[in-house]
Design a protein around this ligand. Sequence first.
Ligand SMILES: [Zn+2]
Length: 243
Amino acid sequence: MSFSFKNDSEKSEQDRYLKLQEGLVRVRFLDEEPLEKWTHWINNKPLNCPGPKNGCPACVVNRKAKAEDPKSQAVFKLQKTKIINVAVYGDRGVTPEVKILAVASSLGDALQDIVQEYGDVRDYDVKIKKSKSGPKIWDVRYGATKASDDFWKTEFDVLRENRFDLAPEIVPAKPADIAAAMRGTSETEDNVSSVSVSEETLTKLREGIKKHEQGVALGLVDFGIDEKTLTEKEALDYIKELC
Ligand SMILES: [Zn+2]
């Protein structure tokens, strides 16, 4: 018998994700494998990166900055996390709450060690520890250890039914939405400059132009093509004409 309901993906980011506080938290992992997620944090908003080949404007800016100065830091940092459903324990005897845990690299390493030693991470309780390693807000360290006892033994089927669907969490953001966040607005404009065409198509077009005008160093600009307003469709039409 089950009278549980599936967790609602419409819940806010805060309600879905486990926000780790300083100190210890005891969890039980509910998924065997995490999903990988690449996120730009722009104006405090997490936006999943669609990749530079799919026209991610943040990555385009990063690449340009890198080309100009190889030592420069990424303008729009890209964070890799792994997400996984966990049951978060409160007091002993209280039904744990299902949350998504976002695992960044240091915590991931600690968990990997546990899995290697004790096997399937769903089979035992894990204690996660967050501690300060310096005065700055980002000076934090994560550790994880297998708990010596388990709070719950058998009731995990019910909790598993309450897992969040992780697939929507890793859907890439639209390039236009990322561009809007970069401009500091939340509205999406239809006519977003420089991001309507993917880097991959642009490269093809550049190569097509080079091939077309053998021996003459021509660029897009010589054909009256403006990268900033070029759309994917226009670019593909040009490529067709050239080849
Ligand atoms: Zn990106």
